[in-house]
Design a protein around this ligand. Sequence first.
Ligand code: DAH
Length: 330
Amino acid sequence: MLAELEQLESDALAALTSATDTAALETWRIAYLGSKGRLKGMMPLLKNVDKADKPAVGKRLNEVKNALENAFERQSSLGATESAGPAIDVTEPGLCPPLGTRHILSRTIDEVRDVFARMGFTHTEGPEVEDEWHNFTALNIPAEHPARDPIDNFYMGESEGSRTLLRTQTSTVQIRVMETQKPPLKVIASGRVYRPDTHDATHYSMFHQCEGLCVDKGITMVDLKTALFQFARAFFGPEAEVRMRPGYFPFTEPSAEIDMKMQVKGEWTWVELGGCGMVHPNVLKGVGIDPEVYSGFAFGLGIERIAMRKYGISDLRWLYDNDARFLRQF
Ligand code: DAH
C-alpha cells in the first residue's frame, strides 16, 4: 500500500502542473481529493494492512493528503491570477485625488498684496486684540465718540488701565507702524476685523480689511488717487475707474470714500470699496512725526467686498460656510 501511495502522490503532482485553468483544476480536485477520488479510494485498503504496519501507513496517508491539498491551494492561487488577467492595468487613466486649494479670501488678500508690492508697498500685520489707544485714541477718535460704544465693539477686558477689544479696523496697524518706524513709510496691512453686526448677505461680525499707509515729505491727494487708480486697474482690469467722494473719518483730513466703476450684472455702476484720506496732523503728532515736515495718505479697503465683486459672489456668508461645493468653484 505504501508503494501505491507513492505512485498516487507522484501521479497527482504531475497531473496538477498541467491544470492551469479553473475547469482543469476542478477536474483534478475531483479526481484526487474528491469524495470518490483516488485518495478516498485507498482508505478501505487500510484494513488489509498488518496491524504492526498500520500506524506508519496511516501516517503516510495523511502526509500525502496534506501534500496534495497544499499543492492544489498553490496551483489554484496561481491559476486565479492568470485567469483574472494582470492585477494592475497600467493603461488605465489614473484617478486624481481631490486637491485642496487656498480659500478664495486668502487668495484675494495675496493678489491685493501683490499689486501693492509692485507699487513699492511692504506688507505687515498687527494684533487682532487691541487696546483703546491703537483702535481709537491714536486715530484721533475722542473719548466720547460713539464709535467707542460697547454696542458697536467686542470689548474683551482690561489691561494696564485700558480696555482691550477685538479691533474694529486695520487702521490700528497704521499707528503701530508709525510708532516703530520713521518715514518714508509705504506699507499695507491686511487682516481680520470684528464688529457686532447682524449677519446678512453683506454683513458679518468678522471680516477682512486691507489698510494702506504712505508717509513722506510732499505726499498729496494726487499720490493717493494714483495709488488707488493703479490698484483698481491692475486688480480688476484696464477699464476699471476709481472716484473719490467727500467723506469723514476722524483720522484723515480731508477724507473720502473710494468708489470703483464696474460692471454689475451687465450694468456699469459705482461700487464703494472703502475709505481713504490724508493722514490727520493729530495722528502724525501723536506718534511723534512732525506734520509740518511730513504728510501722508491712508486708505482702508474691504477684502470681502473686493472678492465678491471680482468673483461675482452675492452672499458674504458663503465665504465662511466652508461648503466645499462653493469653495471648489474658485
Ligand atoms: N478704518 C476705516 C473703516 O473701517 C476705513 C478707512 C478710512 C481707513 C479712511 C483708512 C482711511 O486708512 O484713511 O471704515
